[in-house]
Design a protein around this ligand. Structure first.
Ligand code: DGJ
Length: 733
């Protein structure tokens, strides 16, 4: 077996190392770490043999600084810029050593230490491999080694990667509230491309910190050399791609340095968040599958535990929480085969009852006018119905109208000598707590701790965050560290989440932020899933979930059957279609079941029971995106294939409707060509089965031809509509 890393020309060990090979089974990164020289990157891509590595110096490829710093070159973009105590703003970094170790989980860790030639300032550039997923994480740790005097960091990227120019396409994700994770793909032009976030608290409504680079022209799903990169951070970020006259696209990713100059005291170390990189010859699909495997195995909380099917109360009753209503919803979801009920916003507030969104955040005491038997009563009711109980909180926030704010106005973020800015705040009153303050960290911890200690039956927490930082100052941080407020917010948040997970490793926690505002791998070590969007319209969800699926697995994507007409788009969508879309992620419901017909309930009961049969394949399988809705060919399709290729679940959704329209026939992917697969339709509503129902086809046939999808459903005349979708289960014989 190939070693995961290799140090050539070691003499003596760890001092004069030159070539460092960091590898996973499918990828190689080669660095030149000659002591006394800047660290250089020689290669990143397909796995190389020792002979290839030896031949690399003869390929004519230039060596570029692997972690460029500001100071000794011309106007090149850099990863780190600092100001030394004497005002010098340059760095001149040279390698002083390489060390390698094995992590507890078997991963390989390489640290390359660089030291400034004059100042006592060091940067450790870190690389951690994930052999099971072909992912290499990289980040930097910068230390001020001065005995006296602060160093100010003004730029602090996690990592850098040069990508040779050519026909390189960038896949990126943009959006806004209720329209998150839209896919956009274009050839990289010259000049600077910046993808950034400055919300402060949430970071994925508008743009995502994940991108793909397709090296062989327009992105393909299952072919083409493709690099995937994900900055794993909870706060403001900046991805920069500088396409200059050097033949390279220079890609940098890290915390957004805007308004965030960071002072490092003597002896202090600044650790950047990891940038996860992968490379695949199997196009975007290969990159997605690597990220999904890495996420499930290493980064997502309980990444390999099947998720429960739930009903969330939000779109069903909004703030109209009461005991009878909660009991009815629990009864309904239990009778449809669901496994969990989640009570959303509106259950708390004594002095200021939370009947709308303008008060009471922070006052996490149950409103006994609404719930006379409190949370215990709800836990007992869930038990009676044979399901689990979950609850909504938004612990990082408060309102000006709240007991918390009345007692502790010093706990909120606020700039000195400025009135509170409530411009655009939710409910006109929402404020963000100052997570830099250890007392606030304790408070946020205690919100969760009190709930879970008092009610150990609570199985699930929906952790929401509905505000940007709009008051730019910390009442806790000293004057000279006000520019730390964004970074310290997230350090405090992560510290608190760490504490929560240490005490409550088993509880399921959903990461929600006004919908999909926190879909980032920086959050997911502490969360089991995220809410993809506040928009639950099935048609629009196809587009959003398609984008999201590029970096996040189905198990993490909460996807709910909601009302028709939809509460966001007001579109009328049949239940079959709503179900078939929700079933392609972590299935749940977000609807008032009381308003559903018995026939609809029966349809959901059937869908839930069938989802349970294929849940493992959807949530733990390999994703193959087959036809993109963004191609605008009238339909979209994807499938999940179990790792042993014995089972697959295939989805087909019509995305526009015309009489006698001609739609492409879609070849499947990811199957074993030599296995025979029996086809069964799930969620069937048609009067007649499909011609291939119960029939077997080889993986080879299905992957080269696919199956015909009728344009419409064969249903009674009065049930006809302009939507069509299919979910097929394929089982190897
Ligand atoms: C925003 C979330 O995205 C919704 O799902 C819901 O929980 C509301 N907040 C509650 O206020």
């Amino acid at each position: 077996m190939k070693p995961h890393f290799l140090l050539a020309m070691l003499a003596p060990a760890a001092l004069m190392a030159e070539t460092v090979h960091i590898s996973t089974p499918g990828t190689s990164m080669v660095l030149d770490a000659t002591v006394g020289q800047p660290l250089q990157i020689v290669y990143y891509g397909e796995a190389l043999s020792p002979a290839d590595i030896e031949a690399l110096p003869n390929t004519g490829a230039p060596k570029l600084n692997a972690y460029p710093t500001f100071g000794l070159t011309g106007g090149n973009e850099t990863a780190m810029t600092v100001k030394h105590p004497d005002g010098n703003i340059t760095l001149d970094m040279a390698v002083t050593g390489v060390s390698q170790s094995k992590e507890a989980d078997g991963a390989d860790m390489t640290t390359i230490t660089m030291k400034d030639r004059y100042y006592p300032f060091t940067i450790d550039v870190k690389y951690r491999t994930y052999p099971d997923a072909d992912i290499i994480e990289t980040w930097a740790e910068a230390t001020n080694g001065q005995k006296k005097g602060d160093v100010t960091l003004t730029e602090f990227a996690s990592g850098y990667l040069p990508i040779h120019q050519g026909n390189v396409y960038l896949s990126q994700f943009y959006g806004t509230w209720a329209n998150e994770a839209r896919l956009e793909e274009a050839r990289l032009p010259h000049g600077m491309k910046v993808i950034k976030n400055k919300d402060g608290a949430r970071n994925t409504h508008t743009a995502h910190s994940e991108v793909m680079f397709s090296l062989d022209g327009a992105p393909q799903e299952n072919a083409g050399r493709t690099i995937g990169a994900a900055l794993c951070y909870t706060g403001n970020y900046e991805l920069r791609i500088d396409t200059d006259d050097s033949n390279y696209h220079h890609f940098f990713a890290g915390i957004n340095p805007d308004a965030s100059a960071y002072i490092l005291a003597p002896g202090e170390t600044f650790v950047t968040p990891p940038l996860a990189l992968t490379y695949s010859q199997e196009g975007k699909g290969g990159v997605s599958r690597n990220f999904h495997r890495w996420g499930r195995n290493h980064r997502l909380a309980h990444g390999n535990t099947p998720r429960k099917i739930l009903l969330n109360s939000w779109e069903g009753v909004y703030f109209d929480i009461n005991e009878e209503g909660m009991d009815q919803m629990m009864n309904d979801i239990a009778s449809m085969g669901g496994e969990l009920f989640v009570m959303d916003d509106g259950w708390f507030g004594v002095k200021y009852p939370r009947t709308t969104d303008n008060c009471a955040l922070g006052d996490w005491t149950v409103d006994t006018n609404k719930l006379p038997h409190g949370i215990q009563g709800l836990c007992d009711a869930a038990k009676k119905h044979g399901i689990k109980f979950g609850i909504w909180i938004e612990p990082e926030m408060t309102n000006t109208t709240s007991e918390l704010y009345e007692k502790h106005p010093e706990y909120v973020l606020k700039a000195n000598n400025r009135d509170l800015n409530l411009n655009g705040a939710r409910g006109g009153t929402q404020l963000v707590l100052d997570m830099a303050n250890p007392k606030v960290q304790d408070l946020v911890f205690s919100v969760v701790d009190t709930l879970l200690t008092n009610y150990p039956e609570i199985d699930y927490i929906k952790w929401d965050s509905n505000s940007a930082i709009i008051n730019h100052g910390s009442q806790y941080l000293p004057a000279e560290k006000q520019s730390h407020h964004y970074i310290e917010y997230h350090k405090g948040l992560l510290k608190t989440l760490e504490r929560i997970r240490a005490k409550y490793p088993d509880v399921t926690i959903q990461d929600c932020a006004s919908g999909g505002g926190r879909a980032n791998w920086g959050y997911l070590p502490y969360f089991d899933e995220f809410w993809v969007s506040d928009n639950t319209d099935a048609l629009q969800r196809i587009y959003m979930q398609w984008g999201t699926s590029h970096f996040f697995p189905a198990i993490a994507m909460a996807s709910h059957i909601s009302n028709s007409p939809g509460h966001q788009t007001f579109r009328t969508v049949p239940l079959k279609y709503r179900t078939d879309v929700a079933m392609s992620g972590r299935l749940g419901m977000e609807i008032q079941p009381k308003n559903m017909s018995e026939e609809d309930k029966a349809q959901c009961r059937k869908a839930i029971s069938e989802y349970k049969e294929v849940r493992n394949t959807i949530q733990m399988g390999d994703l193959y995106r087959l036809l993109s809705p963004y191609d605008k060919l009238g339909c979209a399709s994807l499938m999940y294939v179990a790792p042993d290729k014995d089972e697959a679940v295939y989805y087909w959704w019509k995305t526009e409707s015309f009489v006698n329209q001609q739609l492409p026939k879609i070849a499947m992917a990811g199957l074993d060509p030599d296995k025979m697969y029996v086809v069964t339709e799930l969620n069937r509503i048609d009067n007649e089965p499909l011609p291939y129902e119960g029939k077997a086809f080889s993986g080879r046939y299905l992957m080269s031809n696919g199956l015909e999808m009728p344009l419409d459903h064969n249903v009674d005349y009065n049930k006809r509509n302009d939507y069509a979708s299919r979910v097929l289960r394929l089982q190897a014989k």
